[in-house]
Design a protein around this ligand. Structure first.
Ligand SMILES: [Mg+2]
Length: 219
């Protein structure tokens, strides 16, 4: 374990092994916020609802008519705002079900590729929506956004077995985890485990709760 990971680990003070949780598109409907704001500011020529646009493009960077320098600059200026993090919409059921999951296994960390500069806004948002209390690990300044999932995979592997897995929506994470990773990835909002035995696809929060229960309650 390198020095920085060791420092992070000591901050966690994990006394009982538990689960980590991702934030964007797992707990908060971040893309929904951005699509709504970008539609209002930079147009919606296909006349799509927010849900239709997310289904079609998934991320704002895939929407062809929002790639003007003006639109990209506006987004870059807002993305590091703590105030914006605090106003992000909640994914239906995420807080209720994570609090139910906490009764089965402790929630020991939130691990996010968000940059450390939005840590305060992120903590305030979690508190506002009554999420289980746990340290928030954000992407360090010296890791590029593009390397965020690789960083997250390294953190998860280093923290095993104190962190027994993660609830996360992004399959990009899987490609950076060792094929023999001994934790579990509860892949939120997916139907496919990508052929990996440590991945459990969970289509929504009730399904995630059932999957955690099945994994950690031995009968
Ligand atoms: Mg995510």
């Amino acid at each position: 374990m390198d020095q920085r990971l060791a420092a992070m680990y000591s901050q966690l003070e994990i006394t009982t092994p538990g689960l980590a949780v991702d934030i964007d598109e797992t707990l908060s409907w971040t893309v929904g916020f951005w699509v709504e704001a970008m539609q209002q500011k930079f147009g919606n020529p296909e006349n799509l609802t927010i849900k239709e646009m997310v289904a079609k493009y998934r991320y704002t960077q895939n929407v062809p008519y929002w790639q003007s320098p003006e639109a990209l600059e506006w987004m870059a200026a807002k993305i590091n705002s703590n105030e914006i993090q605090e106003g992000l919409p909640l994914i239906d059921g995420s807080s209720v079900y994570l609090n139910k999951i906490k009764q089965i296994i402790p929630i020991v960390a939130y691990i996010t590729v968000r940059p450390v500069k939005v840590l305060e806004g992120t903590k305030n948002w979690l508190k506002k929506h009554n999420f289980p209390l746990a340290p928030v690990i954000c992407r360090p300044n010296d890791i590029d956004h593009g390397d965020g999932h690789q960083w997250k995979a390294t953190v998860l592997e280093s923290l095993y077995p104190n962190v027994l897995g993660i609830i996360d929506d992004n399959p990009k994470l899987l490609s950076f985890l060792n094929k023999n990773y001994r934790g579990k990835v509860f892949l939120y909002d997916h139907h496919d485990n990508f052929g990996l035995s440590f991945v459990i696809a969970c289509r929504d929060w009730p399904t995630t709760y059932q999957a955690v229960k099945k994994t950690f309650i031995k009968v």
